[in-house]
Design a protein around this ligand. Structure first.
Ligand SMILES: Nc1ncnc2c1ncn2[C@@H]1O[C@H](COP(=O)(O)OP(=O)(O)O)[C@@H](O)[C@H]1O
Ligand SMILES: [Mg+2]
Length: 431
């Protein structure tokens, strides 16, 4: 089944005023939607017109909306080869007895985090219950009015009682200079690009942060404005501080200036992390190496922690201490993820990866080789590894890291990105 596809962009002037069918006051209680992606499948002209109107509503300004003319099978077809968005809105003519069956092929390709609103033709309470029980977020009986659709979307994504939308992942090095920032930036880019997920990268290294260099950006404002003016912090203010790096990636950059000292209270970054989680499905935090009140607070607040280390003794000791300390700070969470970086640097005596891992009792999610040319070129040209050389084993490893830290795949045996035989040789030499 072929599907016609189009993307809806910014509102035209003078369009989108309330129509007669809208009940006055319907929109008053609705808040702007966060940076989510929505893909709507419309079978009827009426539904398509309604989605066109929704696209022009100011509360949708940050939403990435696509509309496809087609139904359930068009959706299943499309998502068999592309990742599913945060929300699928599906119009269907199916009869109640066939509807669940018709949804099965879509369910099979849908990411567990994707929410689904079904617009059907039948006002049937047992069908409604069946759908909700099977994980559908809402069932609306068509023709749906625009305020009702907006309210249904809001109920899922801006309900103050609901779980925060976004997931947060902090990257920190076991020492300075181990490549934690490089890994955080490539990983944030990977998540945004591979899954078309709106991602915000926050550079918490205010005096020395390099995200601005790595993405070739020169923003005037950024995270400093946010952390030093917490009383002004809201979605509108945040929007002004963000710099767009690529289609789905925004940067909350560090000033990287030494005109002042950067001392922070323990919870200085808490409101920012909360706001990021309300604003986008994914926040990646680049935390500088250090162990202060505020870094400990950040590491205890985020959903996932990734420790980056190079295979030497100081890194091993620090990684071990950090894992133990994080266990106390996050008693009910999984252990942090570990990434070994700069493995195989010529002439440097190293601890073999297997010996490094053993006392830690955790498997690394990735092992990245030392590749001064590839990483140096990327850093100097303000681009990510996958932009420089998408087919390189290192780019493949970053893709795996993006999958694992977002919970898209369970961790299998670590692939040794670009190392292959060499790793085996290193292991043997040490033994
Ligand atoms: N696997 C690697 N091979 C070669 N150079 C690397 C590798 N990973 C990082 N680098 C380089 O190491 C330097 C320090 O990286 P950075 O990400 O700033 O570390 P950190 O944030 O841990 O202090 C940068 O110049 C970066 O390009
Ligand atoms: Mg850094």
């Amino acid at each position: 089944m072929s599907a016609i596809n189009y993307e809806i962009r910014t509102p035209g002037q003078g369009e989108g005023f309330a129509e007669d069918a809208d009940r006055p006051g319907d929109f008053d209680a609705l808040r702007p939607l966060p940076r989510i992606s929505i893909h709507s499948f419309c079978e009827s002209d009426g539904m398509q017109r309604m989605m066109d109107r929704i696209a022009r509503d100011r509360r949708m300004a940050k939403v990435n909306l696509r509309v496809t003319i087609g139904g359930t099978s068009a959706a299943a077809n499309m998502f068999s080869s592309t990742p599913t968005p945060n929300l699928i809105i599906l119009e269907t003519d199916a009869e109640p007895k066939n509807l669940l069956h018709e949804l099965t092929p879509l369910a099979e390709v849908c990411d567990p985090s994707t929410r689904v609103i079904v617009v059907g033709r039948y006002n049937d309470i047992s069908l409604y219950r069946d759908l909700i029980r099977n994980g559908i977020s809402e069932y609306l009986v068509g023709p749906v009015q625009m305020p009702d659709m907006l309210a249904a979307i809001s109920a899922i994504f801006v309900d103050p009682e609901a779980e925060p939308l976004g997931k947060s992942i902090a990257f920190i090095g076991a020492k300075g200079g181990v490549g934690a920032s490089t890994i955080a930036h490539n990983c944030a880019f990977g998540i945004s690009n591979l899954f078309s997920t709106e991602t915000i990268l926050a550079d918490l290294d205010l005096p020395f942060g390099t995200a601005n260099i790595d993405f070739d950006q020169d923003p005037a404002q950024g995270i400093a404005e946010a952390v030093f003016a917490p009383e002004r912090l809201d979605e509108v203010f945040l929007d002004r501080l963000l710099t767009k790096c690529s289609e789905h990636l925004s940067l909350l950059a560090a000033p990287s200036l030494l005109d002042r000292a950067y001392d922070f209270e323990r919870n200085a970054f808490t409101p920012i992390i909360e706001l990021l989680q309300r604003s986008a499905p994914m926040a990646v935090l680049d935390v500088p190496h250090g162990w202060t009140e505020w870094t400990r607070a950040v590491l205890s607040e985020v959903d996932e922690v990734v420790i980056c280390a190079v295979p030497d003794l100081a890194n091993l000791r620090n990684t071990k201490n950090m894992i133990d300390a994080l266990k106390k700070l996050r008693p009910n969470d999984r252990a942090p993820h570990l990434i070994l970086n700069q493995v195989g640097m010529p002439k440097r005596p190293e601890i073999a990866p297997n010996d490094f891992i053993e006392p830690l009792e955790i498997e690394p999610i990735a092992i990245l080789p030392f590749d001064v040319q590839l990483f140096g070129n990327a850093a100097n040209s303000g681009r990510m590894i996958s932009e420089i050389d998408a087919k390189s084993p290192v780019a493949e490893t970053f893709s795996q890291i993006a999958h694992i830290v977002t919970g898209r795949v369970a961790m299998k045996k670590v692939k040794k990105g670009g190392l292959g035989k060499m790793l085996g040789m290193l292991g043997r030499k040490k033994a």
